[in-house]
Design a protein around this ligand. Structure first.
Ligand code: HH2
Length: 290
């Protein structure tokens, strides 16, 4: 991370060293009854596994399973309940030859997911607590360090920053340093500015424009799929109908240096990225990313 040196374009996860020399898609599988985009499968574990299979067939390199909605206004789900949702699904997929990720902010759930064989810990709270750092250090997993201001229940009430880009960058650097001090290797760490997590529309836009600055330091994951900022840009009200805007945003993110995009509409996102790589601005080209 020193001196703004370019990082190696790969991500070291528990079982896999994932190449990031091409953009990768992280498929979202919500084992929840209440996710914001309406894609949660509730208690239907077979549906979650089928959806994950389809995402892999469509070209997702990473499958991210979540058992708690962190949409604005969501109340926390107890760890036992979150794990009850995740356990059958993570057990079923544990030997799949793709990167298996768990989307959780609770160290207890991380611990169990690691024992169940996940490759990546995706923490929307950015490993803020010593307990989360300790699990990550023991796990040998890839980690997604995401920035969130506040907590889901109230984060969109009045998000405030003096300098949103500087503050998010400082948080990501500080948490990465804490993880590294505990033994996590730099190549295990991916950054995520956390679009929509305690950010106004203007904050999201400023962070999006600053992606090249973050991507010059660590590989960056961008999650804007079906989010409110896409609704605000397109005028499309229903999250489930925001695929086109989401895909345009995924391409824009990659053009600005993102290495991983988190998506609900996996097949369409993969197809768009394939075309973009051949016909769009040369990927990885510094001029094209700024
Ligand atoms: N966004 C959501 C959840 N987890 N993780 C990362 N790293 N980055 C994100 O932007 C991100 C995330 C919210 O989206 P979703 O999982 O579809 O919704 P919900 O939290 O309502 O289940």
């Amino acid at each position: 991370m020193e001196g703004g040196e370019p990082y190696e374009p790969y991500w070291q996860t528990r079982r896999w060293r994932l190449s990031l020399s091409e953009p990768q898609v992280m498929a979202i599988i919500n084992v929840t009854p209440d996710s914001f985009s309406g894609d949660g499968v509730g208690e239907d574990y077979t549906a979650a596994i089928r959806r994950a299979e389809q995402a892999v067939e469509a070209g997702a390199a990473i499958v991210d399973f979540g058992g708690e909605s962190t949409r604005p206004g969501a109340s926390p789900v107890p760890a036992a309940e979150e794990w009850r949702r995740l356990a059958p699904v993570l057990t079923a997929v544990r030997d799949w030859p793709v990167v298996i990720s768990v989307d959780t902010r609770k160290p207890e759930v991380m611990e169990r997911a690691v024992a169940a064989g996940v490759d990546v810990l995706n923490d929307v709270a950015g490993f803020r607590t010593p307990a989360a750092v300790a699990v990550a250090a023991r796990a040998g997993c890839g980690v997604v360090v995401m920035h969130m201001q506040g907590e889901p229940a109230s984060m969109q009430v009045a998000p405030y920053y003096e300098d949103v880009v500087g503050e998010v960058e400082a948080f990501l650097r500080e948490r990465s340093a804490a993880l590294q001090a505990a033994g996590v290797k730099e190549e295990q760490i991916v950054w995520d500015p956390g679009f929509g997590f305690g950010k106004s529309f203007e904050h999201n836009i400023a962070l999006f424009q600053a992606l090249p600055r973050l991507a010059a330091q660590r590989p960056v994951l961008v999650g804007v799929s079906r989010k409110r900022m896409i609704g605000e840009l397109t005028g499309v009200e229903k999250p489930a109908e925001r695929a086109v805007g989401s895909i345009a945003a995924a391409l824009a993110a990659v053009a600005r240096g993102a290495r991983i995009v988190r998506a609900h509409d996996v097949r369409a996102t993969v197809e768009a990225l394939r075309v973009w790589q051949r016909l769009g601005p040369r990927w990885g080209d510094a001029e094209a990313r700024v």
